[in-house]
Design a protein around this ligand. Structure first.
Ligand code: E4P
Length: 213
């Protein structure tokens, strides 16, 4: 399972990069807006920190506009993945970009049929939003399980990128159902390390060592 950081904050990415477990980064227009910088500046800096897939999202809503933006973004760095919304135009642009062997991440996926459409047009990644479904009382994990089964039924190579991850138990459950990638904020990545018995056990080992000196 790959871990991506879901952020535009380069300080967070630098911190997590030292742990050796971050395989890529996802951003979206809201995350980029928080940085107060241009998307190009942020994406280029992220690409200099992490050697892996870095998703940058288009803003256009029509296919021609999406294609124009995507072809420009794709020149920024070899690791850039073009993030497209799951609309008719987005799926169509995904098909065009796949033919040109440009990597894509189809985002804002909330149903299995939407995931099927993205896979049919050769998306590199599909991003089902687990947390946002849970927030409205739906079962986000059930969606991921269905997409896993559908992709396996037909041998689709599109990777399932579990997104909108809110806490460490989401990561555990994504792993249990065979999600290819989980993208998460730094706060959630840090939660994965923690266990009270690890903390108390280490304190005991260290105090026993000190007392024996
Ligand atoms: C995915 O690529 C999105 O950037 C992200 O996971 C959205 O998560 P949110 O629901 O916390 O905004």
């Amino acid at each position: 399972m790959e871990f991506f950081l879901d952020t535009g904050n380069v300080d967070e990415i630098k911190e997590a990069a030292t742990w050796g477990i971050v395989n890529g980064v996802t951003t979206n227009p809201s995350l980029i807006a928080k940085t107060g910088r241009t998307q190009k500046e942020v994406i280029e800096e992220i690409c200099s920190i992490i050697d892996g897939p870095i998703s940058a999202e288009v803003i256009s809503t029509d296919k021609d506009g999406m294609m124009k933006e995507a072809l420009e973004i794709a020149t920024w760095h070899k690791n850039v993945v073009i993030k497209l919304p799951l609309t008719e135009d987005g799926i169509s642009a995904c098909g065009e970009l796949s033919k040109r062997e440009i990597k894509t991440n189809v985002t804002l996926c909330f149903s299995s049929n939407q995931a099927l459409l993205a896979a049919k047009n050769g998306a590199t990644y599909i991003s089902p939003f687990l947390g946002r479904l849970d927030d409205i009382g739906h079962d986000g994990l059930l969606l991921i399980e269905e997409i896993r089964q559908i992709y396996d039924n037909y041998g689709f190579l599109t990777k399932i990128l579990g997104a909108s991850v809110r806490h460490s138990d989401h990561v555990r459950r994504l792993a249990l159902v065979g999600t290819d990638v989980a993208t998460m904020p730094l706060k959630v990545l840090k939660q994965l390390f923690g266990h009270p018995l690890t903390t108390s056990g280490l304190e005991k080992f260290l105090s026993d060592h000190k007392n024996s000196q």
